[in-house]
Design a binder for this molecule. Structure first.
Ligand SMILES: Cc1ncc(COP(=O)(O)O)c(C=O)c1O
Length: 449
């Protein structure tokens, strides 16, 4: 007796009776039920009704090498058969060590210690807790607040929500439960726009504002957190590397740790291995997840320095231990897949591929930039973004119309998975996407707009 009915209509009815999906008003699924996906090949998903769609957003920004890459699949199978998982407290294993050994040379030299966790949110939680505890163990008891960028996003657990933007649809309502956090506004950088309206970038004013922010809040902050170069869920805001360098400087002079969240920007997404490779800024904590396993399995890392690590050194009775861990910390199977993904970066031209993809995305997005429904078309590496407007008024559509959601559903009929965030339309396909598929996708978007 099969557990599920054999037809997809009944299976979707089962889904509607028992399953709750992320980041979607469940009521939307009355008219537009969840789409059954039965397989994936390369950069495409295969839908149950026979449609084939390009994964235009790398399945929430995690897929790097396409789906089901044979080297990742065989690493998964091999490792699961040998040692699927062992708790990491008091034990260690080859895939975790190999992963640390493969990544270390690709990071700033000062980042020497890694702590494993499960996803982007937990990588951020680890960094926040470690930074706070490190300050306490230095005797800095008054540092009970954090600093962050306005429009930031660092995940959905409460610590991560507390340092994300609160004045938007993602997190606002949890305000009474959150960490104390002061927010700094940085301007978007018009140098990434295809038809910049605003030039040159207002760097001097922004640098002065950063200095004022740290003058006001620096002595009470344990750490400052930012997504380097690209604020993803905050609306694909591209910001200037010069400002990140200034934030680093201010953190140093105020004794504040700098946490950089490369959960989205890591692993080639910006055209370099890490976004910080563009600006030469080394953080005290670096958060990695999503693309760490090429997007195949959940796994995360928080890297930090020897100086931080030494603050946790001591006998159990001294109370300096970092008492944090998750059941699947350093899951051996996920670590083996991450090693296979990094070996592709080492042995195949993944970054060269990302550079070509960046150029093609810029070219294709340039064609879209003058569309009457588009404003502020911009690209940074393999990320292209723009604001959708009503062509009759030049202003955003009424949110009640759910324009972005409708565009997402319509695009599926034309072989493309995109999922605008409010008015923000973006394309962020796997790094190996064939270049002609980028042009085709942009033609689909232009037609649907
Ligand atoms: C910059 C950034 N940090 C953290 C997260 C949270 O990652 P996860 O969804 O894996 O918890 C995200 C997710 O989109 C992200 O973009």
């Amino acid at each position: 007796m099969p557990v599920l009915p054999t037809d997809w209509q009944s299976r979707v009815a089962f889904d509607r009776s028992h399953v709750w999906h992320p980041f979607t008003p469940e009521k939307d699924h009355v008219a537009d039920p969840p789409v059954p996906v039965i397989g994936a090949e390369g950069v495409d998903y295969l839908l149950a009704d026979g449609r084939r769609v390009l994964d235009g957003i790398s399945s929430w920004w995690c897929n790097i090498h396409g789906h089901g890459h044979p080297r990742l699949v065989s690493a998964l199978e091999r490792q699961a058969g040998r040692l699927d998982h062992v708790m990491f407290a008091g034990f260690t294993h080859e895939p975790a060590l190999e992963l640390a050994a493969r990544l270390r040379p690709r990071l700033p030299q000062s980042l020497t210690r890694c702590f494993f966790s499960d996803d982007g949110s937990t990588a951020v939680e680890v960094a926040l807790k470690m930074a706070f505890q490190a300050q306490l163990q230095k005797g800095e008891n008054g540092r009970t607040r954090f600093g962050a960028l306005s429009d930031g996003y660092h995940g959905d657990t409460l610590g991560a929500v507390g340092v994300g933007e609160l004045d938007n649809w993602l997190t606002g309502l949890f305000r009474p439960l959150l960490l104390a956090c002061d927010r700094l506004v940085v301007p978007e950088d018009p140098r990434y726009e295809i038809n910049p309206q605003d030039s040159p970038p207002r760097l001097e004013r922004a640098i002065a504002e950063i200095r004022e922010f740290f003058y006001e809040h620096g002595s009470g902050m344990a750490a400052f957190i930012a997504e380097p170069l690209v604020q993803g869920a905050g609306g694909m805001r591209f910001w200037a590397p010069e400002l990140l360098a200034e934030i680093r400087k201010q953190c140093d002079s105020c004794g504040v740790y700098l946490i950089l969240d490369e959960v989205m920007t890591g692993f080639g997404r910006t055209g370099r291995f890490l976004a910080i490779d563009t600006c030469g800024v080394a953080p005290d904590f670096l958060c990695l997840a999503k693309g760490l396993t090429g997007g195949m399995l959940p796994l995360a890392l928080t890297w930090t320095t020897d100086t931080v690590y030494e603050l946790f050194w001591g006998d159990a009775s001294e109370g300096r231990t970092f008492y944090h861990g998750h059941t699947h910390t350093a899951n051996a199977t996920a670590c083996a897949v991450a090693c296979a993904s990094l070996s592709l970066f080492d042995n195949e031209p993944v970054i060269a591929c990302a550079e070509k993809l960046s150029c093609t995305m810029r070219e294709a997005w340039t064609q879209l930039a003058d569309h009457p429904s588009i404003r502020r078309a911009r690209t940074l590496g393999c990320i292209a973004a723009a604001e959708i407007v009503d062509p009759r008024t030049g202003r955003p559509h009424d949110p009640a119309l759910r324009y972005g959601w409708k565009l997402h559903r319509k695009a599926l009929d034309h072989g493309l998975l995109i999922r605008p965030m409010g008015d923000c339309l973006y394309l962020m396909p796997p790094l190996v996407t064939p270049l002609e598929r980028v042009h085709e996708s942009v033609e689909v978007i232009a037609k649907l707009l």
